[in-house]
Design a protein around this ligand. Sequence first.
Ligand SMILES: C[S@@+](CC[C@H](N)C(=O)[O-])C[C@H]1O[C@@H](n2cnc3c(N)ncnc32)[C@H](O)[C@@H]1O
Length: 209
Amino acid sequence: MIGDDRTRELADRYDRDASAYRDHWAPVLRKAGMVLVRELADAPVERVLDIGTGVGTLMPDLWREFHGASVVGVDRSHGMLALAPDMTRPAVMDARQLAFRTASIDRVVMAFMLFHLDDPMTGLREARRILRDRGRLGVLTWGGELNSKANDVWLAHLDSHGAVPPDPAAETRHERVDTPEKNGGAAARRRLRLGALLGGGTDLGLRRG
Ligand SMILES: C[S@@+](CC[C@H](N)C(=O)[O-])C[C@H]1O[C@@H](n2cnc3c(N)ncnc32)[C@H](O)[C@@H]1O
């Protein structure tokens, strides 16, 4: 498995924070993920893969929307997978090197994980490799950075309480998953805020959600 230091440190961090993630953050992200899952469930399929599934946030929604299909979740963090629901059939795997056959999966989900990769294109190419003809990949990521007074106040408050600086391993590189549409002004951002759907097949074209 690909095991550069930064990826290992990130996995360690997710291992450590897994239960807080499950209790406090997963329910927040799930709301956006449910929209993506419904968008992808446009036809009966056999095999669905959730890459970077974490604590299996979207598993209940994937089981419901893809009833009867084989749904598998993979992630780099053992600790996160250990908290995923039993039926997740979890496997420790790196998004950049998936242990799945070429053209074997009908739907791939990458929810809030692509920005963790140094080179997101590697992850996208790997997802495309395993997709069958007419397969579809759904990617969910954050909109542009929101500069707000509230955020400034919050950061100043944290500093005044001696908060430690952010862990470099947890640094996210949102600019690497930016698209012209995402940066194209408020209207485009609104349309894209719940996710961008990338069609499978030969072109990785962006379809607005
Ligand atoms: C913000 S969490 C998102 C989890 C889940 N998809 C959700 O929506 O709650 C990011 C997840 O991506 C995983 N991840 C980061 N880099 C990865 C990699 N190279 N391969 C597989 N998983 C990775 C992390 O371990 C973590 O569980």
